[in-house]
Design a protein around this ligand. Structure first.
Ligand code: F6R
Length: 604
């Protein structure tokens, strides 16, 4: 989604700072980009397509060293992808960039037009620029104008604002869209995520909703929603810019898949190292009788696996909901319910909305989040970080894995504290979990098998994924991973459902991935695979070595390393991720930035 970068500080090549920042934000997904730099006057350059296109034009401009500028990557919401709709916008004396959506922009636009403003673009952002310009004229005071604009605007926004009459300041405003202010002695750098800031400082400030900031080259001041100066804590992040480089890898996605054993170990050290970490680092959830797990996309798929863990290990009823639906449906909460929100970015607008809804209903909330100090992490009653480190590739891999493992830790913890599980059983599981990183390593080394499958499916148009119970959840994740990066359409079915309609699509050579890790339904899924085979379909099976020994499956198959049944669920996703990756590579796709997608989905 849209990305924002701003610089104010000692004189430097601001154009290069902004372009570098935009490149760091590229992974979020965008379709056009632009910068505004204050030299003698504000100079704006915008271009459609990649940041490299913008960079080529910026280079020709020969910018002088400057001390202030703002920049933006746009993921179109209002209006086509073109230069006119790209940010920054300058209206009157206000130049700004915006991430978010203004819901009342049409009414505001009419009012502003009747007082003489003219608009060139179809965006909501140009309306914000005009609104703030009109309020500055009204109050003759920038801070007052910003506070009043916050009262008027409905929706979400992170704004960086330059005002002609105050060349020494950069204004920052935020509500429900991510924005981080990096602070250093001789500069302040603002961006949509921490990765941009790391090159300049590891100290940062987070604005809460309706707070705003005035930055100068060596100072920052934060104001509350009434314009009153307030104290704000400066936070420190223990990360370096090298942590987000691609290193020797061709793509971030492969790097992140290969990091899975390492980050898994970090996650285990926090939650699953021994009984003490399991009990100390996860809050006591015994009192919660029913759990809602709410998330989007892969995070929701992780939630489905978590449901299986919680039901099996903690005898707890779990309802998994897609965040964008949860907030609009009728939910029947009672006082012993817990809502778990899962999110890699911690900034997904639909998940934030679900969190707000749960809180408004007085239900306790717990976040499983990767991005430290993100909105979902900060606003939930409890937070469990996944410790996957930064994930850049749009398709999640390592963060999904750690969401699943964190949910396993929650289930074991709850099973133990509520005495549903014997202590000896839990200790045995902790012992087995320690061996999972090595088993993932062994799966990573079997690339030939994934290449063979990728070769077979790379020219397909439609593929099916089937599984039952938890294997259906895995199938959903395998299907999503494949389609989002390779653009091959695939559908997922509960294996038993196929014969109720979809089996009519199976014909000679149709490829069907089947997943069997759960012994309780293995024979049933096997029957469904036979039905596919009888109609000429080609099964590719992912299963455990125990079940393969038992059934001696006569299909093309990938057999997982030996572990207990519940833990096979963690292993099964690795071949699915690598098959998707290899298939997309063979089709020449950009695996890190698939078309139309954004890493951090900050609009609803
Ligand atoms: C798919 C993928 C998405 C995200 C979803 C939620 O590979 O990455 O489906 O899982 O957009 O994002 P977060 O976890 O940031 O809330």
């Amino acid at each position: 989604m849209c990305g924002i970068v701003g610089y104010i500080g000692k004189k430097t090549n601001v154009d290069q700072v902004l372009i570098d920042g935009l490149k760091t934000l590229e992974y979020r997904g965008y379709d056009s980009a632009g910068i505004a730099i204050l030299e003698d006057e504000v100079k704006i350059i915008k271009e459609v397509g990649k940041v490299a296109n913008l960079e080529a034009i910026v280079k020709k401009e020969n910018f002088h060293e400057a001390s202030k500028g703002i920049a933006h990557t746009r993921w179109a919401t209002h209006g086509h992808v073109d230069k006119v709709n790209a940010h920054p916008f300058k209206v009157g004396e206000v130049t700004l960039v915006h991430n978010g959506i203004i819901e009342n922009f049409e009414t505001l636009k009419k009012d502003l037009m009747s007082s003489g403003y003219e608009f060139k673009s179809s965006t909501d952002t140009e309306v914000v620029a005009a609104l703030i310009d009109s309020l500055i004229k009204k109050h003759n005071d920038i801070s007052k104008a910003i506070c009043e604009a916050e009262d008027i605007l409905i929706g979400s926004y992170a704004l960086l604002i330059m005002v002609d009459r105050d060349i020494d300041s950069l204004y920052v405003v935020r509500k429900d869209s991510p924005l981080i202010i990096g602070v250093a002695d001789d500069k302040n750098v603002v961006a949509s995520d921490i990765n941009v800031i790391l090159k300049y400082t590891n100290k940062y400030i987070l604005l809460d909703n309706y707070e705003n900031a005035k930055l100068t080259k060596d100072k920052w001041t934060i104001f509350d929603k009434n314009g009153k100066e307030m104290n704000k804590k400066v936070l420190t992040i223990d990360m370096k810019s090298e942590d987000i480089s691609k290193g020797v890898y061709e793509d971030y996605m492969l790097k992140e898949i290969e990091e899975e054993p390492i980050v898994l170990q970090d996650n285990i050290d926090v939650y699953l190292k021994d009984e003490e970490t399991l009990l100390k680092n996860i809050p006591d959830l015994t009192k919660f009788k029913k759990i809602f797990i709410v998330a989007c996309g892969s995070a929701m798929h992780a939630g489905l696996v978590g449901k299986h863990f919680l039901e099996e290990y903690a005898d707890t009823e779990v309802v998994v909901e897609v965040a964008s639906e949860f907030r609009y449906k009728k939910n029947f909460f009672s006082k012993n319910d817990l809502v778990i929100l899962i999110s890699q970015s911690g900034e997904t607008a639909d998940t934030i909305a679900a969190l707000r809804l749960a809180k408004a209903q007085g239900v306790k909330t717990m976040a499983i989040v990767n991005a430290i100090n993100s909105t979902i992490a900060r606003d939930s009653d409890y937070v469990l970080y996944t410790y996957a480190k930064t994930e850049i590739a749009v398709a999640t891999t390592k963060a999904y894995l750690l969401q699943v493992v964190t949910l396993l830790a929650i289930a074991l913890n709850k099973g133990l504290t509520s005495k549903k599980l014997e202590r000896s059983f839990v200790l045995e599981k902790l012992k087995e979990i320690k061996e999972i990183p090595a088993k993932i390593n062994s799966l990573l080394s079997r690339m030939d098998e994934y290449n063979k499958v990728a070769e077979e499916i790379k020219d397909e148009e439609d593929i099916f994924f089937i599984g039952r119970k938890v294997d259906y959840s895995l199938a959903m994740e395998g299907s999503l991973k494949l389609k989002e990066i390779s653009y091959i359409h695939s559908d997922t079915y509960q294996a038993g459902e196929l014969k109720h309609g979809t089996i009519s699509l199976i014909e000679n050579g149709t490829k069907v991935f089947a997943i069997i890790t759960d012994s309780s339904i293995a024979s049933k899924t096997l029957s469904n695979m036979e039905e596919v085979k009888a109609r000429g379909g080609k099964i590719i099976l992912i299963t455990t070595s125990e079940l393969d020994d038992e059934y001696d499956f006569n299909y093309e198959k990938i057999v997982l390393p030996k572990t207990s049944e519940m833990l096979s669920v963690i292993l099964a996703v690795i071949p699915l991720q690598l098959i998707a990756y290899r298939t997309a590579k063979m089709r020449g796709c950009n695996v890190d930035q698939p078309r139309n997608l954004a890493k951090s989905v900050t609009v609803e």
